[in-house]
Ligand binder design. Structure first.
Ligand code: C2O
Length: 343
């Protein structure tokens, strides 16, 4: 049966997945008795997600303001930056037991829940920010690391003193360092090939190596499945590489390179906005009779809990995530040079 929302009142101290030791932080959310089944609100105004490297001054100022306000919310407010970061930790660091199988822990990564779960996570994060600045059109910037012009840390995140800055990053990877979508801890021997290799990596993950849906989405994951049944192409490749590339300021990868701390990294949300965009692009590229997503209710009926922008605990379903426009946001259109980068 599909993964069902966890009982958050049974959240326990999680595991640091880089060290396999118990976490030294508690990332359980505030508990709430009342849970509402979430219905996508009718779309009145579309939110617009710009490419981070193309965003203008005014937009950046607005985004900085929103994150500043989120960081200023009290720690026990489920919409605060701290609690929002903990959401990621709680759903990956084995703090929840699965509903229906109390012996098995919930972990949304490395499985077919990767795209839909993160879509919901960003969805509410974005709506909370939009509400804080009173802007229903606010959309998160996406880090366009699949385009050569976006293959560096976006400048807005690299300014000391900005709420988007984070000192816990690899100091060698601030601009103008080129992002390496195949980075797993070693700098590429030939830096002049990195951009071309990045495009080839994207072509493989989006087109060439994804004939079956699982190849792209990740492996089936239902009640009783042990954590990490298998990641899809982007999750395993460029997505994880960028986590490691940004993080690594400490031996255990904080912030971005460790699951429990990744949500503390403001850049995380632009990184994942790009992953989210790649999901939409993938569906668009599947033409003709090729299925775009799993028809199984074991996937579509999977559900999770999040706090919405009004601090209400809501239950959300995978079935509602399939079209970003229906969720009220679109992405800036940019060229896809990797589409022509067949090796
Ligand atoms: Cu939830 Cu990029 O990991």
């Amino acid at each position: 049966s599909p993964i069902s929302a966890p009982d958050i009142s049974k959240c326990t101290r999680g595991t640091n997945l880089n060290t396999q030791q118990p976490l030294d932080v508690n990332c359980c959310p505030p508990v709430s008795e009342k849970i509402i089944n979430y219905k996508l609100p009718p779309v009145k105004t579309m939110r617009f997600r710009p490419a981070a490297h193309l965003a203008g001054k005014e937009y950046i100022a607005k985004y900085e303001k929103a994150v500043e306000l989120m960081k200023a919310l009290p720690d026990d407010d489920p919409r605060s930056f701290k609690q929002q970061a903990n959401v990621h930790c709680a759903y990956c660091n084995l703090t929840y037991e699965q509903t229906g199988d109390s012996d098995t822990k919930l972990q949304v990564h490395n499985s077919w829940l990767f795209y839909p779960w993160h879509r919901w996570y960003l969805y509410f994060y974005e709506r909370i920010l939009g509400k804080l600045i009173n802007d229903p059109t606010f959309g998160l910037p996406f880090w366009n690391w699949d385009h050569p012009d976006g293959m560096f840390m976006p400048d807005m995140f690299a300014r000391k003193g900005s709420p988007l800055y984070n000192p816990l990053r690899n100091p060698n990877h601030f601009p103008p360092a080129i992002t390496d979508l195949r980075y797993f801890g070693q700098e590429a021997a030939d830096q002049s090939k990195v951009i071309q290799n990045n495009l080839v990596e994207m072509y493989g993950a989006m087109v060439r190596n994804v004939s079956k849906l699982e190849d792209f989405y990740g492996a089936r994951y239902v009640t009783g499945t042990k954590p990490d049944p298998g990641a899809g192409s982007v999750e395993r490749g460029s997505h994880t590489a960028m986590h490691v590339w940004v993080g690594q300021a400490t031996p255990t990868g904080e912030d971005m390179g460790n699951f429990y701390s990744a949500g503390r990294e403001p850049l995380f949300f632009s990184h994942h906005a790009n992953v989210d965009r790649l999901w939409s692009l993938f569906r668009g590229l599947r033409s003709g009779s090729k299925p775009r997503d799993f028809p199984d209710s074991d996937w579509l009926d999977s559900n999770f809990l999040f706090y919405d922008e009004n601090a209400q605990l809501v239950r959300v379903r995978v079935a509602d995530t399939l079209e970003n426009e229906k969720m009220g946001y679109t992405f800036q259109k940019v060229d896809l040079p990797w589409l022509k980068s067949r090796p």
